[in-house]
Design a protein around this ligand. Sequence first.
Ligand code: PEP
Length: 251
Amino acid sequence: MAGNWKMNLAPDAGAALLAQLLPLVADATGAVDVVVCPPYTSLSAAAAALQGSDVGLGAQNCHWEDSGAFTGEVAPGMLLTIGCQWVILGHSERRLFFGETDEGVNRRTKAALAAGLRPIVCIGETLEERDAERVKDVVLGQLDRGLQGLSSEQLASVSVAYEPVWAIGTGRTATPEQAQEVHGLIRGRLRQSFGDAAADGVRIQYGGSMKPDNAAELMRQIDIDGGLIGGASLKAADFAAIANAARDVAG
Ligand code: PEP
């Protein structure tokens, strides 16, 4: 269960949220990986607030080079140094507003893995693509290109997040059946490309208006292994309720 804070919560506000969150998820972390992904400038404060807890830390993007003339970018190794274990890559807002491509996502994914970070690779169709019945082509195309060239061993460190763009921040969640259908397609393609063990082991997270009142039903779907939570991760009680729902389903 990863919380994507997006461009919210400056260092003090982030640390305050974590102080509320940690006791609420203390039980869940035994059964579920709980991760928060603050903006870059809040990572340090969040790492300090998370000391001694089982909640993980992730960033919202990284570059593919180790260092150099790439103004505004952050290298995977820098994130590792600051205490991150995870990094979100290819979020639809990065694709939509900042021109990120599948090829860029692939380079970032390989660089993150090489540095020792665990990438959460986001894929998902727009409403127009769904209405045009192109979900399978779009989502599996993003998956293939985003993970191209990875080994089955590397896939074990990757989490795939299926996030239908029309469900992000809209309050409009995919039904459990709609989400399961696409998660099943994703796992099937991973099975073809990487083999049974890798496909069975990989986590496929759902993202798109996941909330305390729909998390359990989504998590009960056979191919939904977790969530990527935007808006609801900004409220400690809501994010904790989602993590605890995942714990209950897992247990
Ligand atoms: C997200 O941005 O990854 C996301 C799923 O957002 P929200 O939960 O707000 O729809």
